[in-house]
Design a protein around this ligand. Sequence first.
Ligand code: PMP
Ligand code: GLN
Length: 382
Amino acid sequence: LLSPGGSLGVTIFEEMTTLAVSTGAINLGQGFPDEDGPEEIKAAARRAIADGANQYAPGKGVPVLREAIAAHQHRFYGLKPDPDTEVLVTTGATEAIAATLLAFIQPGDEVLTFEPFYDSYGAIINMAGATHVTAPLPAPDFLPDLTVLEDSFSERTKIVLLNNPHNPTGAVFPAYVLSRIVELAAKFGAIIVSDEVYEHLTFDAAHTPIASLPGAAERTITVSSAGKTFSFTGWKIGWLTGPENLVAAVRTVKQFLTYSSGTPFQSAIAVGLGLPDEFYTGIAATLRHKRDILAEGLRAAGFGVFNPSGTYFINVDTAPLGIPDSVELARRLPGLVGVAAIPVPVFCHPEGAERTRSLLRFAFCKKTDVLEEAAERLATLK
Ligand code: PMP
Ligand code: GLN
């Protein structure tokens, strides 16, 4: 059941959430917050429903949201996408990634991702009939070796699919890594697809969108999602921005995947994107505090802890506890101590699964008392 990334069984998130529910365990597996986002965003969605925004939205997204996305890219990063032609609203980042890959890849093309990689990447690359090439992100800092990265590109590399900040490792790529990716993508004629759903959830350094680097914008599609920034993962509102010719190709595919995305949620998320800077600094500070609580608990429980610079996730090494197999531990943990987590090998192909065999991912986007209770339960493992 817990098969390495790329297979198309039940997703690891669904499997571990089901296990958490059936055992009554604290679910630090699937990454979703246990508190909703801002009240004014919810009120805006209720208002939109009451006001009759209940039929199909325009395929590319309601104008007020496309304008808010463009304004957000300008406010935080100085980028200026045209809301009419360079922004596309999608049904979560998941659809943005799927539609982008389906728009550009043909059977036989190569798609390069880092490894571990978010599970939907492997599935969509397989569905599109492309070859999935990976470059490892080794512990402890989960940053790529640039020579290995260069060797992973080839004349057949059609897309380099990047996730920064990175799930599951929590790495935030420094500028020298991003610039090298841009240089290599240009050299090999590849499109960059950058999944930046955790753009506002960084703890030590501000996020740099790869599209803001010299030479990147004309070949980059940037993906994000309201799920993470505003804690409404169930609304499934995502988006992408990029140059007109690339966005037009993705829009064509999106028409036949979902046609359009949830109408009343779109205008509500536009309200969210307009929130003041304090909202954005506040979510990062709150999450940083939660990270510190869980990291402390995991250390006290005897795990080797890799402190993340961003995202919802902490990775630990289970080997110091005398348990070298995180898949095995993840299966047993809910029954053993009442906590669920996700083993990192499921985000890998077989070779990467071997390299990450003792890594386990815990989500800390939960209430502080829940994290404290989880830490207490984990302490009984020793
Ligand atoms: N990319 C990454 C790296 C994620 O962690 C997630 C899940 N949260 C997604 C994409 C999917 O986002 P959405 O729920 O907006 O489809
Ligand atoms: N992105 C979330 C995670 O990594 C899960 C989303 C999902 O269940 N597909 O935990």
